[in-house]
Design a protein around this ligand. Structure first.
Ligand SMILES: Cc1cc2nc3c(=O)[nH]c(=O)nc-3n(C[C@H](O)[C@H](O)[C@H](O)COP(=O)(O)OP(=O)(O)OC[C@H]3O[C@@H](n4cnc5c(N)ncnc54)[C@H](O)[C@@H]3O)c2cc1C
Length: 381
């Protein structure tokens, strides 16, 4: 179905990722990680061995020289068994790309190859207790000491993946209290830095990757941990968010398709009143609505990804894809719960996991309301 809109090469790439997920990762593995709140280390390593973490990097840097469209197709495949799993793989690549663009030669040498090889991963720490949608309200303070090192004090919230092993956190910090957007900077802080306290939170979604709260009390970070220039933090985050929103929208679409396909399969298998439940027109229409929404979401994602890959400004199109992809996932997972009846409550049905993760999809990476604000602004509203 997707291949109608993709070149042969793109369709083959998506099929390759889907096949890899079926045979090398499996839905059972993703489910187990969720049930036991285990980070998916084994699958992460397998993906690193494929070279897929380097998809967006230039060949000269050890990458595959792919573009954002290729990457978004990968996200669609990685998301098929749930968004949390896709997030574990995608989130580290956003920061790695920021380092490729804004990092010093030393930072690139230190981080990019080990990242592509799966030896280190990245988390992104933007949010705080008082800085959610209004992310530029960041208060965590970083100041230079007399040796040029950074002294960081504050509290970050919702930093996904930060409690895993070998993680470097890209942390948004305030370096100038008098300039809301221009007073922000990014520091690259390894998660084993002395004084850093990281607690995994018992959240509804994101069981496997895990999301965390981080406390910093006069934590010392080397002076060369600054990514880009001092005061460039907001610019780096904004760039990061476009790649993030486009690719997560791809992953939502992949997961929404699985939710619909699973519900269709169940509707064939389950009989009540002497006939398969798909035979009730009300269910057929519910499922037809869902498939229509998934196709529409996919087209919005492909449009946004194609524009980004062509280097065109696409913040409106990216927000539309993120908004519609996440709301579609939520709607399809909720409809799936209804079609699967009581069975949907069991972990092995996977639908309750898709639903839990869908609830986060309309919040993380910028809420649906914030996406609508961006779209409205592009309409001069
Ligand atoms: C599981 C999980 C993982 C996460 N992972 C990360 C991560 O790795 N790194 C990271 O930095 N952050 C992460 N986040 C944080 C996420 O980005 C924020 O939750 C999100 O930006 C929203 O902020 P908030 O939760 O403070 O909600 P708020 O901003 O307080 O919003 C509350 C409500 O008000 C609405 N609202 C707020 N402002 C406006 C406005 N201007 N117009 C209209 N409506 C508005 C929102 O849409 C929402 O409905 C994660 C969150 C979760 C739940």
């Amino acid at each position: 179905m997707q291949s109608n809109f993709l070149s042969d090469e793109q369709a083959t790439w998506l099929e390759t990722v889907n096949r890899f997920m079926d045979s090398e990762v499996t839905v059972e593995y993703v489910r187990e990680c969720d049930m036991h709140r285990n980070y998916p280390y084994e699958a992460y390593e397998k993906i690193a061995r494929q070279g897929w973490l380097g998809l967006l990097f230039k060949e000269a840097d050890g990458g595959a020289g792919g573009n954002i469209f290729d990457y978004t197709l990968m996200a669609e495949g990685l998301g098929k068994f749930g968004f949390d799993f896709a997030a574990a793989i995608l989130v580290p690549t956003f920061t790695a790309m920021n380092i490729a663009k804004f990092g010093t030669a030393e930072q690139k040498a230190k981080y990019i190859r080990p990242f592509i090889d799966g030896k280190i991963r990245f988390s992104v720490s933007i949010s705080e207790l008082g800085a959610g949608s209004d992310a530029a309200s960041t208060r965590t303070r970083a100041r230079r000491d007399e040796n040029g090192d950074w002294i960081v004090t504050g509290q970050k919230l919702w930093c996904s993946g930060a409690a895993a092993t070998d993680v470097v956190i890209a942390m948004l910090v305030r370096t100038d209290p008098d300039d809301k957007h221009g007073g922000l900077s990014i520091l690259l802080i390894p998660n084993d830095t002395p004084g850093l306290v990281i607690n995994k939170l018992p959240t509804l979604s994101r069981h496997a990757t895990g999301t965390t709260e981080i406390f910093l009390d006069e934590v010392k970070v080397p002076g060369d941990a600054l990514l880009g220039k001092e005061g460039e933090g907001w610019k780096i985050i904004v760039e990061h968010l476009e790649l993030e929103r486009c690719s997560v929208a791809g992953a939502y679409t992949g997961n929404a398709q699985t939710a619909v396909s699973k519900a269709v399969q169940y509707a064939h298998e389950r009989e009540q009143f002497g006939r398969p439940i798909w035979d009730f027109q009300v269910l057929r229409h519910m499922l037809a609505d869902c498939q229509t929404q998934v196709d529409a979401a996919r087209l919005l994602v492909y449009r946004a990804a194609a524009m980004l890959a062509a280097g065109l400004p696409a913040s409106r199109e990216v927000s539309m894809a993120k908004l519609y992809g996440s709301e579609t996932l939520k709607h399809c997972a909720l409809t799936g719960m209804q079609v699967l009846g009581g069975h949907a409550n069991l972990p092995e049905a996977d639908m309750e996991r898709y639903l839990r993760e869908s609830v986060q999809s309309t919040i993380g990476g910028g809420t649906s309301q914030i996406q609508k604000t961006i779209i409205a602004r592009s309409m001069r509203l």
